[in-house]
Design a binder for this molecule. Sequence first.
Ligand code: PFF
Ligand code: NA
Length: 452
Amino acid sequence: MKREQWGTRAGFILAAVGSAIGLGNIWRFPYMAYENGGGAFFIPYLFAMLTAGIPFMIMEFSLGHKLRGAAPRAFSKLGVRLEWLGWFQVFIASVIAVYYVAVIGWAISYLGFAFTQSWGSDTNAFFFSEYLKLGDNSPSNLGGLQLHIAIPMVIAWGITFAAIFTGVKGGIERANKIMMPLLFLMVLALIARVIFLDGALDGLNYLFQPDFSKILDAKVWSAAYGQIFFTLSVGFAIMIAYSSYLPEKSDINNNAFMTVLINCGFSMVAGILIFSVLGYMAQEQAKPLTEVVSAGVGLAFVTIPAAINLLPAPYILGPVFFLALVVAGLSSHISIIEAVTSAIIDKLKWSRKKAASVVCGVGFVVSMAFATNGGLLLLDLVDYFINNVALLASCLIELLVIGWLLKVSDIRSYVNSISEFTIGKWFEICIRFVSPIMLAIILGTNLTNTFN
Ligand code: PFF
Ligand code: NA
């Protein structure tokens, strides 16, 4: 059977961007920049983008495009003994998929709450005690499924399933063609409003004020490199699967640059949005900004709801913010489920409909572990291990295999033969030396910290 294909080039780029832009851009990047030198962080970040992000993206696009398979098949075509690397990546993708969907579920709940700010004034107690019911150890609740968390997760699975089941062009591409422009519009509309609030510019000042002393700090560089791989969805089977649906004639270099630049540009924009809001909140509460900044789950479900309480027209800005979060999350979730589904289609020769049903069905059941009142604990644990160990190890192994076991110059001549602009020797240097050395250092540091 002929492999499915994207309908248009823009469709592919939007889907790749849809995968890359996710919760990580909105709740991880702004805080990371703030923590690691503010404006000065952009130097290591840009460096990581150019020496690791772009080469890695070109490499994965070329693997999918040339070898016409999801990660396991692509790696097995490079060498029969390499297939496991593809399955290792599919495994990482599966694990991320089941907890990421829980966060999308929470965001769907909060989208509902936002219309009336029904989270009340103590957003911290609301999230942890009332919504997640973390402290509730009554026997009837212990390990019990929380229906009010499970139901929005069903909605998220339903949308992902519909896109994957329908297919690459009619489902995934169509979904992203609706979602991505909507996401950009919503974020720009939010910024257009919040930037004029009192204190917003102070927030931006905090974000962008460069602390150049941090540039010499190794931690800042590893933060930048660590963020780049996750934010670009590379190293966990996604971009290989997506690029395996590219038509023969595809400008790999150009597509990779566009995907990376749009993702990183979006991160910058998200940083402006978040810090304008935080600056306003600090001003309203007469607190120093350092007391209101946060990241991750705390930022999205505690700090932002509290900020929304203070905003003008909260019943509009609140729902728009959470809808943006949902859309960013769903387009990433679709990509990660496709990475798993396409690997199974390749291997077992199942129909797309059957593979999509089984993957989403099993994924749904497993993800219900995160809808219990032990969910957050489990999520933190799994997230930590995946981000700080498994994903970095997978990226490092991929670089070593391509850079040292095989001939990376072959990839360069391949992409240069089909792309409009060509890439130079720097590509090989980044794949063989710069990226693996940085990754090895970060992974080593993380492992030492984990076991200490
Ligand atoms: N690039 C995504 C992000 O920054 O949020 C990473 C990602 C997470 C992709 C989860 C896909 C996914 F399901
Ligand atoms: Na996304």
